[in-house]
Ligand binder design. Structure first.
Ligand SMILES: [Fe+2]
Ligand SMILES: [Fe+2]
Length: 273
């Protein structure tokens, strides 16, 4: 895709901010920018003004312009040419190993969890923010449900609940909590998109649920703006992981948990079957 250099540099805070960034940070920023603008660009080349959000029908018309489906997990497709050979996983991999070797750079979840930590959220919510979108490496549709299932055997019930339902609450504004419907959703789902019945039903259930605020706080901390000055790392979360993530001694994927096969797929996405 064509990159509008001026707009890209402006989105990072100008040339001065860009000159302070390392080459890896620049590459990450570019990748993120391309993800955000891909649909806009496709719409533009089809004769739609870039500022206008696409309709559901316009997005559907793009399906056959790609050789991959939009729901493909990040480990299975690359927007920078060919995929790369993945580094081998250790014998008994931990969640930290997956962050380092499969989810990296994981800027989005690390930035969300950093915001949750700084704003004094509960440890269950901070952990949920840290893990909330990791499953996007495996699969994208219904990622709240897939993500909760992936982590459920190892984390507190409240954190799994927050991961499962953050997906639903992203579609519903709650100005009292400080969450507005994101422009990005007009862009990626279409301006006239209506969430499907299972999302509506989950929202109805959540409105009266005693844990409503857990997934809501994940959406409040769900940052999409790439902040070039933010230095994010998993280190500030080691204690929370230690207290709340029940790491199996055999390693994730080797422990026969209900989601062990999902961890094995993330570890070895090149397996033909
Ligand atoms: Fe999400
Ligand atoms: Fe997110």
């Amino acid at each position: 895709m064509e990159v509008d250099r001026r707009a890209f540099i402006a989105s990072l805070g100008g040339t001065a901010a860009v000159s302070l960034m390392g080459s890896e940070a620049k590459a990450d920023a570019l990748e993120h920018w391309m993800e955000e603008h891909l649909d806009e660009q496709v719409a533009a080349t089809q004769g739609t003004a870039p500022q206008k959000f696409p309709t559901v029908a316009e997005l559907e018309a793009q399906i056959e312009t790609r050789n991959f489906r939009r729901g493909t997990g990040g480990l299975f497709a690359s927007n920078r040419g060919n995929v790369t050979k993945l580094p081998p996983m250790p014998k008994n991999p931990t969640i930290q190993d997956f962050f380092r070797l499969r989810f990296a750079p994981a800027n989005h979840v690390l930035q969300s969890a950093t915001r949750a930590l700084k704003t004094g959220m509960s440890e269950e919510v901070i952990l949920a923010c840290l893990l909330h979108d990791c499953v996007l490496n495996l699969i994208k549709p219904d990622h709240g449900w897939w993500g909760a299932q992936l982590f459920e055997p190892y984390i507190p019930e409240k954190s799994a609940f927050a991961i499962r339902y953050h997906q639903t609450l992203r579609f519903y504004a709650d100005s009292d909590a400080g969450y507005e419907y994101p422009d990005q959703y007009y862009r990626i789902f279409g301006e006239d998109y209506k969430p499907p019945a299972h999302i509506e039903a989950a929202y109805k259930m959540l409105r009266n649920h005693k844990w409503y605020m857990e997934p809501r706080l994940v959406t409040v901390n769900d940052l999409y703006a790439f902040d070039p000055k933010a230095v994010v790392s998993i280190d500030p979360f080691q204690d929370i992981i230690g207290r709340h993530f029940k790491s199996p001694k055999e390693g994730l994927g080797n422990d026969n948990s209900p989601s062990a096969h999902m961890w094995r797929t993330i570890a070895n996405p090149d397996q033909p079957l």
